[in-house]
Design a protein around this ligand. Structure first.
Ligand code: GAL
Ligand code: MG
Length: 984
């Protein structure tokens, strides 16, 4: 039997596909968790296990073996000491020669006992997910075969059972012809990775049922229908505990009733009715949501209103359990999404466990349900065969047009729709991901439409090798498209479909920096359906544990893979343990349900971006007016804003004038059980600057400080403050107060940052040597001017081989109070096309461990990533300011600061610039962050490192998305900056 190398043999001995449901006893609560059903027996737990590196090594009597080792089910064997994990993104993990796979296929043989007492009921073995395929044996007799990893396979094994102890054996192969269709970007793991259970069911039974629950054209009443296969039944529909309709259903007579004044389902208001289906011996339940999805005039609508999908892409990926997401893990993910104002999730790139959808129905999340399909590796296969720069990427369609795979692809679509069709949360079917386009995909879309006409079909990968039309797709989908190109789409005369960004804002490492830009664009046109951030959580494997018990996360290349794709699997909004990245705070804020704008001095408009509920009913609005150092006023205000409506509110205090720049911040907290939030929990905020003080140029007065001058140094003394300027290096070697050194090393210019994942141009920085330059000083002089000691410098920065990468003129003014005002102008050579930062670096003793600042906090913030932060007074311990990206990189910066000081409690270095600057304070040097592959390898610097950045570039999302927008880059070739340092 070599079913695993034959794409026409997909399932042997399996039961027909059907909607997911679990039967209960007639006296049971059919809405309870499935484990409570008297007909459900969970077979998870320790199974006997033997692992073979090659299928060729399996003994003939393998089903009969003595117990060898054991393994938890569900799990992946690579995470349990067998074989090894491999992270590969696009490239196939095996040689490309479909339908063949390598001769030495790794195999895991799972086995366990099963006790059977005949009771007239059939025994149906259900496996919800097995990667990549399985051969099933019962008491040593072949019982069936099935492939498609992310799908349920069901076998009626009754006839192979005998009374008493039986043995179930599942041989799981790491590769099969299905491997060519499952080339998703993930760790490649194998085994029985979802729940396994036995159902006891009568011979004549309900096999399938189909619900349709749609509102009428005026959205007043609902039409509810149930059709059945296999058995007739009684139908009861409840609204809460109230029975609202009931009747009989049979195979030839669907049940239908009207529900008056129907309450509709949406992500904002996920109202569910309860359905009971009662057969002769079973009770089956399902939740029912009334809603209508449609696309009219190029606009995607739910219940007659255009909605935006503000979503994320989610993989099943957990460092401890691999592909297995138990109920608790799924619920934690989904609740965290809702808590961050996310309303949609794409099950990238395969169907999730069946219970996932019931949770989305309950919580209110729009689901793009995706078939288990990706053939991305064809790109490199094709290019290897015939490179053609023009249409190289179209090679992705090799399998999409290959008749050999037609049935296998259709099978995946059929499985998807049949299992999940009854869930209101599923609003869009997705054919799969990155598999190119051809006849197979066209047929796939047609098949889905024939199975379900109530939902539109999505597919992104329309690259093709022939001219098969993609008119069967209901929306145009793209990933990582730049905002400009999306605007061009909107201008196209020939394209009337709506547009979705199925992936955008690649959240790898420190980022994304472009969420708000995209969001503003989404709001410009109803043709834009919104987008889904790539991706929800970092994928990682646990390599070991630190001394204090924290997992050491690894990525591609850490498991001794033959080939890997490094840290491209750590590109998400959450760390592997679901601790949020700062990027998630950006999402929460950008996806906020209300937005406030100022209309006049004391008038503000609260725009409700929700489509179905009055924001004022669910959100409490409080406000505060603050400035550097204090709060001027605060209060709270009632408002009412109907869906997509606007409330105008008056805050007289906002019209005052202030002595300093002042901001008003509106804080919206949940009430009346809004979404998953606790009452009183913050949902979002909005901050608006309401007063700007005219900036005065500081006039230095008084007598200039004393200075001395030697060929190698200047020494300047202002009261108890003393500066030592090194004329050879053009650096301040020392700044001291009362003889105590405030600097641990000379202060230096800094043009480098530990590259963030989006800094794809980082090699240019290294080749210019921004990170370890040498300096040439052409000229230094000192004079007394306007009550200051003024040092002027001309210098350059460079390295071997090339001309200097930058020239600079700088002016240092030291006033009689000991303050130092720095002004510098630089011109960079054409070696530097992108400058990450332009600033100063200071090393201070460890005792300087506390920072205070006025600027964007308390999350790290950058010029393009500060939605989740606001302007305020913050103070922090330096030890807590590090954002611990698994692959270390630049982090913890604070943008838009007008002042910052670092102190040891006694002495302080204060930095300021009324026009704003960025700073970071870290226990790690940028060199250390740049060099180490993992966070757990980082070694702290013997000093604390303060970077005062006159300018810091944005972070963007260029690792996979568009280049960083010009407005977030540093101006080149000429850049100038200013900052004041006050030691005291
Ligand atoms: C997309 C793909 C995702 C993921 C992402 C990069 O092209 O659909 O699966 O690979 O790029 O992280
Ligand atoms: Mg891919």
């Amino acid at each position: 039997m070599i079913y695993h190398e034959d794409p026409r043999m997909l399932h042997i001995g399996t039961l027909p596909d059907h909607a997911y449901f679990i039967p209960f006893g007639k006296d049971q609560d059919a809405f309870a968790a499935r484990v409570n059903s008297q007909y459900f027996e969970l077979l998870d737990g320790e199974w006997d296990f033997s692992y073979y590196d090659s299928i060729i090594d399996i003994p003939d009597d393998f089903t009969d073996m003595q117990k060898c080792k054991s393994i938890p089910v569900p799990s992946n064997w690579q995470l349990n000491g067998y074989d090894k994990a491999q992270y590969t993104n696009i490239n196939y993990p095996i040689p490309y020669e479909p339908p063949y796979v390598p001769d030495d296929i790794p195999v895991g043989v799972y086995s366990r006992e099963y006790n059977y007492t005949p009771d007239g009921l059939r025994r149906i073995l259900c496996l919800e997910g097995v990667d990549s395929c399985l051969y099933l044996y019962v008491n040593g007799v072949f019982a069936g075969y099935s492939q498609v990893s992310h799908h349920t396979s069901e076998f009626d094994i009754t006839d192979l059972l005998h009374e008493g102890t039986n043995r179930l054996t599942v041989a799981v192969l790491k590769w099969c012809d299905g491997t060519y269709l499952e080339d998703q970007d993930k760790f490649r793991l194998s085994g029985i990775f979802r729940d396994v259970y036995m159902l006891s069911r009568p011979e004549k039974r309900l096999l399938n049922f189909r619900i349709t629950a749609e509102p009428d054209s005026t959205f007043t009443n609902g039409v509810f229908r149930v059709s059945v296969e296999g058995s007739s039944a009684k139908i009861r529909l409840y609204d809460g505990k109230t029975l609202i309709c009931e009747g009989d259903v049979s195979e030839d007579k669907p049940f239908e009733c009207e529900v008056t004044d129907v309450k509709l389902w949406s992500a904002e208001s996920p109202y569910l009715y309860s359905l009971e289906i009662e057969t002769e011996s079973e009770l089956i339940s399902e939740k029912v949501g009334f809603r209508k999805v449609e696309i009219t005039d190029g606009i995607f609508k739910l219940n007659g209103k255009h909605i935006k999908l503000l979503g994320v892409n989610r993989h099943d990926s957990y460092p401890d359990t691999g592909y297995y997401a138990d109920r608790e893990k799924m619920l934690r993910d989904l609740t965290l999404m809702k808590r961050n104002n996310i309303n949609a999730v794409r099950t990238s790139h395969y169907p999730n466990a069946p219970e996932f959808y019931a949770m989305c129905d309950e919580l209110g999340l729009y689901v793009i349900d995706e078939a288990d399909l990706e053939t991305h590796g064809c790109v490199n296969v094709y290019n290897d065969l015939k490179w053609s720069a023009e249409n190289a990427y179209n090679g992705i369609a090799l399998i999409a047009k290959d008749p050999l795979f037609r049935e296998a692809i259709l099978d995946r679509e059929r499985l998807l729709v049949s299992r999940d069709v009854n869930h209101p949360c599923v609003v869009i079917w997705s054919l799969g991901n990155e598999s190119g386009y051809g006849e197979n995909l066209r047929e796939a879309a047609k098949l889905i439409k024939s199975l379900d006409s109530t939902r539109p079909v999505h597919y992104e990968s329309t690259h093709k090798l022939d001219n098969t039309s993609d008119d069967v797709l209901d929306m145009v989908s793209e990933m990582y498209t730049s905002p400009d190109d999306i605007r061009k789409f909107l201008e196209r005369e020939d394209e009337k479909r709506p547009f979705i960004l199925c992936e955008y804002c690649h959240a790898m490492g420190n980022g994304p920096g472009d969420l708000e830009t995209y969001h503003e664009l989404f709001m410009e046109s109803d043709r834009l359906m919104g987008g889904l951030v790539w991706e929800w959580a970092d994928h990682a494997v646990i390599l070991g544990y630190t001394a204090d018990g924290k997992p050491e996360y690894g990525y591609g290349g850490d498991s001794g893979e033959r080939h890997d794709d490094g840290n491209f699997c750590m590109d998400a909004l959450c760390y592997p343990d679901r601790k949020p990245h700062t990027g998630l705070a950006e999402v929460k804020q950008v996806y906020r349900p209300v937005r406030v704008t100022r209309i006049s001095a004391d008038r503000f408009a609260v725009k409700n971006l929700l489509r179905f509920i009055d924001a004022g009913e669910y959100l409490t609005c409080s406000w505060e007016i603050t400035y550097d150092g204090g709060k001027a006023a605060s209060g709270s205000i009632d408002f009412s804003a109907e869906p997509m409506g606007c409330a105008e509110i008056t805050i007289p205090e906002a019209a005052q004038s202030f002595e300093r720049d002042a901001y008003i911040r509106f804080i919206f907290t949940a009430k009346n059980g809004y979404s998953v939030f606790e009452d009183g929990e913050e949902v979002c905020f909005d901050q608006i600057k309401i007063f700007t003080v005219e900036k005065k140029t500081v006039i230095f007065a008084g007598k200039a400080p004393e200075f001395t001058e030697t060929p190698l140094r200047y020494e300047i003394t202002a009261g108890d403050i003393r500066y030592v300027f090194n004329r050879r290096t053009a650096q301040f070697d020392a700044i001291s107060k009362n003889g105590r050194d405030l600097l641990a090393k000379p202060m230096e210019y800094n043009f480098f940052r530990a590259p963030v994942d989006n800094d794809i141009m980082k090699n240019d920085w290294y080749s210019a040597h921004l990170n370890d330059y040498v300096t040439k000083v052409y000229e230094t002089n000192i004079s007394a001017e306007d009550g200051c000691a003024v040092i002027r410098v001309k210098q350059s920065f460079g390295w071997s081989i090339y001309q200097p990468f930058a020239k600079m003129t700088a002016e240092y003014r030291i006033g009689s109070g000991g303050e130092l005002d720095i002004k510098c102008n630089s011109e960079f050579s054409n070696k530097v096309e992108f400058l990450p930062r332009f600033g100063l670096r200071l090393f201070v003793e460890k005792s300087f461990d506390t920072v205070e600042y006025y600027g964007y906090g308390e999350n790290e913030s950058y010029c393009d990533k500060h939605q989740g932060s606001y302007v305020g007074n913050f103070s922090a311990k330096i030890a807590d300011m590090h954002e611990d990206y698994i692959r270390p990189q630049e982090n913890g910066s604070h943008w838009g600061c007008t002042r910052m000081s670092v102190t040891n409690g006694n002495d302080t270095l204060a930095f300021s610039n009324p026009d704003g600057f960025s700073f970071s304070a870290s226990e790690y040097t940028q060199e250390e962050l740049a060099e180490k592959r993992h966070n757990f390898e980082l070694v702290k610097c013997e000093h604390n490192v303060i970077c005062a950045d006159l300018a810091m570039a944005g972070v963007g999302s260029a690792a996979c998305g568009p280049q960083l927008a010009d407005k977030y880059r540093l101006p080149l070739p000429k850049i100038s900056g200013r900052i004041k340092i006050v030691p005291n």
